[in-house]
Design a protein around this ligand. Structure first.
Ligand SMILES: *[C@@H]1O[C@H](CO)[C@@H](O)[C@H](O)[C@H]1NC(C)=O
Ligand SMILES: *[C@@H]1O[C@H](CO)[C@@H](O)[C@H](O)[C@H]1NC(C)=O
Ligand SMILES: *[C@@H]1O[C@H](CO)[C@@H](O)[C@H](O)[C@H]1NC(C)=O
Ligand SMILES: *[C@@H]1O[C@H](CO)[C@@H](O)[C@H](O)[C@H]1NC(C)=O
Ligand SMILES: *[C@@H]1O[C@H](CO)[C@@H](O)[C@H](O)[C@H]1NC(C)=O
Length: 448
């Protein structure tokens, strides 16, 4: 009743309706998009002049072309309040890419109904007119399926492209993505993409962020990625990438974040990796690297997190790691490291998480009382049968030996938990309480 009345009133005021009116084709496209996605209101009746009043999730701007006071849709936001929410039967609207002046499109947490999957699609190239689109974000849509549309390559103005956390989106990354040379950020993480990382991504010279993590990409990391001189964040973790890290990665001198964990990467680090002067995070757990740790990593002066667990590294922990003055986290567990723990590690004043468990390290633990107190339960040396403590008082002084006794009694798991919550991890504590230097193993078996 009310909508009908409003419609009647509006029909009596054609001059007002026209004043801020949109191009009729553009308005019709907008209504069709709204109807495909949202049922929050009857858009045609309640908002017959979409740009004329406040409409959450919609942004309009006056037309640049002189004359008529026309408004154009420049931004559409779906999925998260106060924006229009998506209906259960929402379907992806390809015609949204025919809104000629749209600059930003967001579909976040929108296509979520597993009983109504809908395919990511673009209109045929001849109909695709959203060539000024700068930002496209399609994120957290578990019911969105289909492949990465090759026609994306036509959206030449894109600066930010996010197609992420849409578990059903599969297929290969179209090589044409290399034509989107205005891109600053490309995030295709957490989909089901397969095939290679296209070397054409090397053409995206302005890129500062590239995230392809959590897909099923395979093959080698293309050398051409080394051409991305502006790149600050590179995340290729949790894929199926193989072969070595290309030497050209050493040319990415703007990198602050490099993550390559959970792949099939093998072999050595690129010579010249010490040239990555800005690097703060090097996250490379779980790759079959199978080489010694390069002491060159010790030159990465800004490094805060170095994670190289579970990657078959052998040989000693380089003394040079003791130069990493900014380091807060060092994870080297589950490798085949041998030799002593470098004494210089104990002088790293920002360290608060050190995991060296499950290696074959030996000799005296070089950490003093202050270091042990600071790290507390974030220090893990378990599973290194050759390690020993030669200063039992260091640990007793911080009250960590409760329940351990002096007589070589293995700690119970409850003692381990309670001392763990107070600070130093039980596996280390237990050994401290019973150890005669170098006679007792600091490993789980000796304790439980
Ligand atoms: C593409 O544009 C043509 C001509 O305007 C139109 O007839 C056709 O329906 C459009 N196709 C799609 C899929 O939008
Ligand atoms: C990775 O590759 C191997 C061998 O080609 C294959 O068996 C495995 O399923 C792949 N894993 C993923 C997550 O795609
Ligand atoms: C790094 O960049 C320099 C200068 O552009 C180039 O000559 C060199 O080949 C690049 N290194 C690698 C390993 O690609
Ligand atoms: C350590 O090396 C041995 C052989 O030298 C190998 O069997 C084992 O798998 C390696 N462990 C790890 C964690 O790489
Ligand atoms: C060290 O790594 C092991 C193996 O991944 C893990 O189980 C343990 O919880 C870690 N310890 C700490 C203190 O993070």
């Amino acid at each position: 009743m009310l909508p009908a009345l409003i419609a009647l009133l509006l029909s009596l005021l054609p001059a007002v309706a026209d004043a801020a009116s949109m191009d009729p084709t553009e308005r019709e496209t907008l209504f069709r998009v709204m109807e495909a996605v949202s049922s929050d209101r009857d858009w045609r009746f309640e908002s017959p002049d979409p740009c004329g009043g406040p409409w959450p999730g919609l942004e309009c701007k006056p037309a640049a072309d002189a004359g008529a006071a026309r408004m154009h849709v420049t931004r559409l936001d779906f999925g998260v309040e106060p924006n229009p929410t998506c209906k259960d039967s929402a379907s992806f609207p390809p015609e949204v890419f025919t809104l000629p002046h749209v600059q930003s499109l967001f579909f976040v947490d929108c296509f979520t109904n597993p009983a109504a999957t809908t395919a990511l699609a673009l209109p045929p190239p001849a109909n695709l007119s959203a060539t000024g689109l700068q930002q496209l974000s399609i994120r957290a849509n578990p019911a969105l399926s289909g492949v990465m549309p090759p026609a994306l390559a036509s959206l030449r103005s894109l600066q930010v492209l996010t197609i992420s956390q849409n578990g059903l989106v599969r297929g290969e990354i179209p090589p044409g993505i290399g034509d989107l040379t205005s891109l600053l950020r490309l995030d295709l993480s957490y989909n089901s993409l397969s095939g290679p990382v296209p070397s054409q991504i090397g053409q995206l010279k302005s890129l500062v962020g590239l995230d392809l993590s959590y897909n099923s990409l395979s093959g080698a990391i293309p050398s051409r990625l080394g051409e991305l001189r502006q790149l600050q964040k590179l995340d290729l973790s949790s894929n199926n990438l193989t072969a070595g890290i290309p030497d050209a990665v050493a040319n990415l001198t703007s990198l602050t974040f490099l993550a390559l964990s959970n792949n099939g990467l093998t072999g050595r680090f690129p010579p010249g990796i010490s040239g990555l002067r800005s690097l703060q995070y090097l996250i490379m757990d779980s790759n079959p690297m199978g080489v010694p740790l390069p002491s060159e990593l010790g030159s990465l002066a800004r490094l805060q997190e170095l994670r190289l667990a579970g990657s078959g590294y052998s040989g000693p922990i380089p003394d040079a790691f003791g130069q990493l003055a900014s380091l807060t986290t060092l994870s080297l567990q589950d490798n085949n490291l041998t030799g002593p723990i470098p004494a210089a590690l104990s002088r790293l004043g920002r360290m608060y998480h050190l995991n060296l468990s499950n290696n074959a390290l030996g000799g005296a633990v070089p950490f003093d009382r202050a270091f042990l107190r600071r790290l507390g339960g974030n220090l893990d040396l378990s599973g290194n049968s050759g390690l020993c403590l030669d200063d039992r008082s260091a640990l007793r002084g911080i009250g960590a030996c409760r329940g351990g006794g002096d007589g070589g009694t293995p700690m119970s798991s409850s003692a381990r938990t309670s001392s763990g919550s107070r600070g130093v991890r039980g596996s280390l504590v237990g050994a401290a309480c019973v150890a005669v230097c170098c006679l007792l193993a600091l490993n789980e078996h000796a304790l439980y």
